[in-house]
Design a protein around this ligand. Structure first.
Ligand SMILES: [Zn+2]
Length: 145
């Protein structure tokens, strides 16, 4: 399998490890938005985060929460965010992102150019009518039963 995260887990590729146990690994991101960005992955190769068994997903979130507290305490970012976007490497990963400003985690759909500068604002995202929100909420809610 040609998965960079599996190679990191197998110690075939160098990484700067933050935490490791039998099931998960946390290591420094090579391409951070800001200093202190950490990736937390299951050791088992699972592509989609939503396919991770619940107990393992909870362990990833729990350890990520613990790591974020230490990042906040030791590196002093303004905020610490979490992202699971599912792109990049096809091996589920939660990204812990120390943030220095509100655009450190932003979506391209939020961008607009104003006075020659790129501005990120939710004002660029369409407000969804309540009837549509309720419709999708029902689909999700009913599937949770
Ligand atoms: Zn993998």
């Amino acid at each position: 399998m040609n998965c960079i995260f599996c190679k990191i887990i197998a110690n075939e590729v160098e990484s700067s490890k933050v935490y490791e146990d039998d099931n998960i690994l946390a290591f420094m991101d090579l391409h951070p938005v800001n200093e202190g960005q950490v990736l937390v992955v299951p050791k088992e190769h699972i592509d989609h985060f939503s396919d991770i068994p619940e107990e393992l997903a909870l362990k990833i979130f729990s350890k990520s929460h613990q790591i974020s507290k230490k990042i906040k305490e030791k590196l002093n970012p303004e905020r610490v965010g979490f992202v699971v976007h599912g792109y990049g490497v096809a091996h589920a990963h939660l990204i812990i992102i120390p943030q220095k400003c509100s655009t450190d985690i932003a979506h391209g759909k939020m961008a607009k150019i104003e006075d020659g500068k790129i501005i990120f604002t939710v004002d660029n995202l369409p407000m969804v009518p309540r009837v549509e929100l309720d419709k999708v909420a029902k689909i999700i809610k009913d599937s949770l039963l």
